[in-house]
Design a protein around this ligand. Structure first.
Ligand code: NAD
Length: 359
């Protein structure tokens, strides 16, 4: 029998419940503490989720004084940086909710802290656990597309704007890009082996979120509900990225990988106002290439599965902690994702192309 791993949860809002459910499915894992800055909220959460083994805290720094093998950080984006750095410095492995942070400087420091302390910083992009995402990655990395020079990704919801902590710059940092764009970027960049971004030229707007006709919290909505960007990478690769929480259109199109020997089209699954984004739901994967000069296209069969992707990401984190393996989705890699979002914000504000300075 293996040792019971002790877990703490920081931030006890909506997504923290999914972390609890995932940990509760695993053998030899115990949630021993929950912290939330709203006085009494952690205790209510412990009652609601029936976790008698857990102690409540109003200050997460008190939680970090306990002996813990790992913490799930489930705070709004703006608090990801400080809670992560403090957790790593306190010797805890971190399972961090997406997006990684609000600014690039924060993300860089978070990744550096993981390196310096030797504790794990794992960022929770659960769509990576969809077996169809693995197919896409395998095809792109097999070389059968030749040199991939252009990728287009993102997508859009006809209507799908959240509210609460997601629509305030002060708390979320960014809107649709940080919420769903970070997933699309992760899917495409992970398939490509996370190339290094060099420049970004972007536009963003919030005509829907700020209009009371479309959002009942319009007066406090100050993030983007639409963004588009052209990103240049090392090795002559460009990415056309577009993301929308709301628009008068059914779709912003599929994800495309164009290579010198072949192309791959990934159509998002689902119908309806909240669908249409490349965030883990794959409707179809089509491979385009020439056979003896004939234009050929083949449908790659999708893998039917009933995996709970969220639980998979938590299970993988726990396994890595238990076995002393590296972070499954390392902060060091996701810095590049955050660098692009940061570049999009800077470029949209300055209305100019901006450079991304990463080591
Ligand atoms: N992976 C996913 O599928 C998924 C889905 C939804 C949200 N998220 C991410 O999870 C995070 C939280 O989202 P949510 O919907 O649960 O938000 P939420 O607002 O419902 O909950 C966040 C909680 O954190 C608490 N908090 C804030 N600062 C804190 C601090 N310094 N210390 C302790 N507690 C603090 C708040 O009081 C609140 O209770 C966001 O970063 C979001 O992007 C991920």
């Amino acid at each position: 029998m293996s040792r019971t791993l002790k877990i703490g949860i920081i931030g006890s809002g909506g997504i923290a419940g999914s972390h609890v459910k995932a940990y509760q499915e695993l053998a030899d894992v115990e949630i021993v503490a929950v912290a939330d800055q709203i006085p009494g909220k952690a205790a209510q959460f412990i009652d609601f989720w029936r976790i008698p083994s857990a102690q409540p805290f109003d200050d997460y720094r008190k939680l970090l004084e306990l002996e813990l093998d790992g913490v799930s950080i489930c705070t709004p984006n703006v608090a990801h940086y400080q809670t992560t750095v403090d957790s790593l410095r306190a010797g805890k492995n971190v399972m961090l909710e997406k997006p990684m942070s609000v600014t690039l400087e924060e993300a860089v420091e978070m990744a550096q802290t993981a390196k310096q302390t030797g504790f794990m910083l794992n960022v929770g992009f659960q769509p990576r656990y969809d077996p169809n995402m693995k197919i896409i990655q395998d095809v792109v990395q097999s070389g059968q597309l030749g040199k991939v020079y252009y990728v287009e990704t993102g997508g859009g919801r006809r209507r799908g704007m959240p509210g609460g902590t997601f629509i305030s710059k002060e708390i979320a940092g960014a809107g649709a890009m940080a919420d769903i764009g970070c997933y699309s970027l992760d899917m495409a960049l992970n398939a490509m082996g996370y190339p290094k971004p060099l420049t970004v030229s972007a536009y963003s707007s919030n005509y829907f979120g700020t209009n009371p006709l479309y959002h009942n919290e319009a007066s406090r909505f100050d993030v983007e509900d639409f963004g588009v960007a052209m990103i240049r990478f090392e090795d002559d690769l460009v990415l056309n990225f577009k993301i929308s929480w709301a628009m008068h259109m059914d779709t912003l199109g599929p994800t495309l990988f164009l290579g010198t020997d072949g192309g791959l089209k990934v159509t998002p699954a689902g119908k309806g106002p909240w669908s249409g984004v490349f965030d883990g739901n794959v409707g179809a994967i089509t491979y385009f290439h020439d056979v003896r000069g004939h234009h050929t296209e083949s449908q790659i069969p999708l893998i039917e599965h009933n995996k709970n992707l969220f639980n998979e990401k938590v299970r993988d984190f726990v396994e890595a902690v238990r076995e002393g393996k590296p972070a499954p989705i390392p902060g060091e890699q996701i810095v590049r994702n955050q660098a692009i979002i940061d570049g999009i914000i800077r470029s949209s504000l300055s209305k100019r192309e901006v450079t991304i300075d990463l080591l």
